[in-house]
Design a protein around this ligand. Structure first.
Ligand SMILES: [Zn+2]
Ligand SMILES: [Zn+2]
Length: 319
């Protein structure tokens, strides 16, 4: 893959299979119709929520682990794909944000996302690269007051670290208890991850529309048994993995973050269990600065095996 210099008009790279060129993704950028084949039941949580949204539009507003620079380059500085990574964050359907670390507001500027349009933030956990008080307040305060407060979803203990403001409504999330945002069923599942000194349960999120399902799984290492048991009832169109560690062995971070061999193992099991659809997109985020090669090298190595390294500004549309 060549690295393209970004400009104002093509900053938002829509993920198209033709530009990736991998056999495993040859089914096309848009996936085929969803069926809950094989007699697999839907979990009561999402079934009761009746998701109605038929489109899942994902925009990556940060794809780095915490060891990237804490400030993001100004908008007028040209960047090549993956040259810089902001704190891990993803925007869903233009208005639901997962995590809000210290670079997210600046990344929004670069990719023409209006913070005033954010209605909800889902929090995975309270590590500083996922929760940044000043950025949250910027987003909350940019909203038109007539629209009501920004809804902020997360583990009840984690919500204690979210700033108190009449512009923010804290909405507790219990593990495995689904809730609905604008036609999307959302379920927090327990992550294999911890925040030192906090009693919170770190979460990953299952996002289910009427026809498409995505698991956003960072931060965290191996899926926990409880999370696996919930996923066994699902069929995913895409999974977004914590890919902090690279190919090398011996890094102690594998007990709280994945390396690529762990991701390969889990993909194989999820595929065999029909939890991942055969044409599901496997996307890597939370990429550590020093444990991976340059993005162009990463693409060249990983795309042929169907692993898509995300980059800031990457967009994926499932409908
Ligand atoms: Zn993190
Ligand atoms: Zn973390």
């Amino acid at each position: 893959m060549t690295q393209n210099t970004e400009n104002k008009t093509d900053r938002r790279h829509f993920l198209k299979v033709s530009s990736i060129g991998t056999a495993s993704l040859a089914a096309g950028g848009l996936l085929g119709p969803t069926t809950y084949a094989g007699g697999k039941p839907q979990a009561a949580t999402s079934a009761a929520l009746h998701p109605t949204e038929t489109k899942l539009e994902l925009l990556f507003l940060g794809t780095g682990a915490a060891n990237w620079p804490k400030t993001y380059p100004p908008v007028n500085q040209k960047l090549t794909r993956g040259q810089v990574r902001g704190t891990s964050s993803m925007l869903i359907n233009g208005h639901i944000l997962i995590d809000c670390g210290y670079t997210v507001v600046d990344v929004m500027k670069r990719y023409d996302v209006n913070p005033a349009g954010i209605t909800d933030i889902l929090l995975t956990h309270t590590h500083a690269d996922h929760l940044h008080e000043a950025s949250i307040l910027k987003i909350a305060n940019s909203r038109d007051a007539d629209l009501g407060p920004l809804k902020f979803w997360g583990d009840p203990e984690a919500l204690k670290k979210v700033p108190d403001s009449d512009r923010i409504e804290k909405c507790p999330v219990e593990v495995e208890q689904g809730f609905n945002i604008d036609g999307l069923a959302i379920t927090g599942l327990e992550a294999n991850h911890q925040v030192a000194g906090s009693k919170e349960t770190c979460m990953i999120y299952l996002l289910e529309g009427a026809t498409r399902s995505v698991l956003y799984a960072t931060d965290g290492a191996w899926l926990l048994t409880s999370t696996w048991n919930t996923l066994r009832k699902k069929q995913l169109d895409a999974i977004i993995w914590d890919a902090t560690c690279g190919e090398g062995a011996g890094d102690p971070r594998i007990f709280s973050h994945n390396d690529l061999s762990m991701i390969r193992h889990m993909n194989a099991s999820l595929l065999k269990g029909k939890i991942l659809k055969p044409d599901a997109k496997i996307i890597l985020t939370h990429i550590a600065r020093k444990l991976h090669p340059a993005h162009a090298v990463l693409e060249k190595r990983l795309l042929p095996e169907g692993l898509i390294p995300a980059y800031d500004g990457m967009s994926v549309v499932l409908k």
